[in-house]
Design a protein around this ligand. Sequence first.
Ligand code: PEP
Ligand code: MN
Length: 362
Amino acid sequence: MIVVMAVGASEAEILGVKSQILAEGMSPYDHAGAERVVIAVVGDVAGQKQVLASRLAAMPGVESVTPISRPFKLTSREFHPEDTVIRVRDAVIGDGSLTVMAGPCAIESREQLLETAELVAARGATFVRGGAFKPRTSPYAFQGLGVEALRYLAEAGELTGLPVITEVMEPNQVDIVAEYADVLQIGARNMQNFSLLQAVGRVARPVMLKRGFMATVEELLMAAEYIVSAGNPNVILCERGIRTFETYTRNTLDLSAIPLLHHLTHLPVIVDPSHATGKRYLVKPLAIGGIAVGADGVMVEVHPLPEEALSDAEQQLTFDEFSSLMAAIVPVHDHVRGLHGDPLPAGTTIGGGAAGGTLARH
Ligand code: PEP
Ligand code: MN
């Protein structure tokens, strides 16, 4: 449930409500909106909902107590109506700007990464990506260069001035990955690795959580809830395709999940057309599609010589293909910006002019 504090409620009143929630064996999470503070009551409230709601409603400074209808609470729009905006170094995600995370599937050498990083930065990428620890289906396939690759990644960040993102596969790798990377990625195969989710919930680094290929949207949001409830509010979601009966594509990109997620949650959403399709020639059209339906950005794999790549050779873009993708998605993003919000109610005026703007996009 959410406790909505009155406009102007005092610090002492807010503290009083939080202490009462703790005394009832629940956890309070407050969120200061533009006008008022709302406090989510999280925990196993089931049996005592009514009693707790009326007790809290009677406290000084409380305006109302309302249930959160979704099983995910802190990640829901009901608790946090405004979009979450995440700042990483000079990059901003979720503020309406276009985020582009690009780089090789796996970091194979210092030269391969730095050459790619410089190119994608010059073409407008806002993050450099690259795998150091690779979750491979086969135990005999290239597993990544590990810590050595993390060092190259940090160097790529310094060289380009861009923040860097890489995958962390195990709870005991979280600290070392957080030492080198600006954003921690949880891969599709680990979306429900709950101890890993809790571990990244405890570090001061944003986390990009990729949707598992067998996961529903609700399961994705419940996984994000693990991270946020552990103390890390900076979660980015990534739609990267789900497994269906189709075999021509590696996965099926669930485009509808993007506006659906924007409706259900305040967290930013990135689209990954590389892992979604597994085919180089499908990456650009689906990047265009993802941006058109409102994604906050894309993650794509780029390699100096894709056919020689040690992993995901068929889906990595050449430098020219990446340039062409950028030339396509930038105008699409400019065009759809602002089209995704709810229309303003009839008769509303903005700045004295006629109606026609949009509100937040849910
Ligand atoms: C990746 O982005 O490097 C990756 C392995 O993707 P996914 O977890 O979506 O398969
Ligand atoms: Mn890959």
